[in-house]
Design a protein around this ligand. Structure first.
Ligand SMILES: NC(=O)c1ccc[n+]([C@@H]2O[C@H](COP(=O)([O-])OP(=O)(O)OC[C@H]3O[C@@H](n4cnc5c(N)ncnc54)[C@H](O)[C@@H]3O)[C@@H](O)[C@H]2O)c1
Length: 257
């Protein structure tokens, strides 16, 4: 049975935790080979162990997405060891406490730190992956999936660096869809709402926060990482062969309010 990503190699940044880890597992479940990149080397090894426990293969890439040389090397290593690159999911990101202050109080250092990982790190992954993703006419399309946030879609509730970085990720994804669509590359952006991962750990533990969350999300629950990963898996697969340039909220309906 074709599971949708048979033998496709997919680079997953932020693959050491949360949504990235769930995406690596989803890629493997669809028959693909995840190349797991994260600056947390222990997280990379743990995800690789989870993947190999299912009988699938994985490549470990401990690297910082904000380090240009490290990203170039990691992507070259992926292609030289696994022979190809068919897809990329950019899930590496940070949510910085001081960034949550009113904009006038956010320091340039904090703003730049968030941008350097969330936006520049996404740019570097795409830049060095694209030469391998480009296909000859008539060849099977490759797929880029970026992970932004509902922060890209509304001006409420997040830090200025985080909001700017995620808006940038969504815009960059559309640009890739337009520039590289003629070269066989599809590019789509997922904007998750609240997801239960180490990034948000404990955010809904008290009664008041849970009640606020239920009012903010029509489905009444936060997402599990696997519920974001399954959309990424769909967008990577040929089931989404005509889908490109889309910015898609996966948020339990929160942006419909
Ligand atoms: N959890 C949520 O509610 C939520 C909502 C919307 C969007 N997102 C986005 O989803 C993505 C994944 O977040 P998550 O919730 O899985 O969080 P997470 O903290 O569980 O995972 C993020 C991963 O990114 C890695 N990372 C951070 N900086 C890095 C760097 N410089 N180089 C390489 N790796 C780096 C971390 O080590 C970690 O493994 C992020 O981009 C986040 O902004 C999360």
């Amino acid at each position: 049975m074709d599971r949708g990503l048979e033998d496709r190699v997919v680079l997953v940044t932020g693959g050491g935790s949360g949504i990235g880890r769930a995406t690596a597992l989803d890629v493997a479940a669809r028959g693909g080979v995840p190349a797991i990149l994260d600056r947390d080397a222990k997280g990379v090894t743990e995800t690789a162990a989870l993947v190999t426990a299912t009988g699938a293969h994985a490549l470990e890439l401990p690297a910082d997405v904000a380090d240009e040389d490290a990203m170039r090397d990691a992507i070259e290593r992926t292609v030289s060891e696994l022979g190809r690159l068919n897809g990329v999911v950019t899930a590496a990101g940070i949510f910085d406490g001081p960034d949550l202050q009113p904009l006038a109080d956010v320091t340039l250092e904090t703003f730049n730190r968030v941008l350097s990982i969330n936006l520049t790190g996404t740019f570097l992954a795409i830049k060095y992956a694209l030469p391998h993703l480009v296909r000859s006419e008539g060849g099977e399309r490759s797929s880029l999936v970026t992970i932004a946030s509902t922060a890209a879609l509304r001006g409420h509730g997040f830090g200025s660096g985080y909001t700017a970085s995620k808006g940038g990720v969504a815009a960059l994804t559309k640009l890739v869809a337009v520039q590289y669509g003629p070269h066989g590359v599809r590019a789509n952006c997922i904007c998750p709402g609240a997801v239960d991962t180490p990034m948000t750990n404990g955010a809904w533990d008290d009664d008041a926060s849970r009640a606020r969350m239920k009012r903010a999300i029509p489905l009444g629950v936060v997402a599990q990482a696997a519920e974001i990963a399954s959309v990424a898996g769909f967008l990577l697969s040929a089931d989404a062969n005509h889908v490109t340039g889309q910015v898609m909220a996966v948020d339990g309906g929160s942006t419909a309010i």
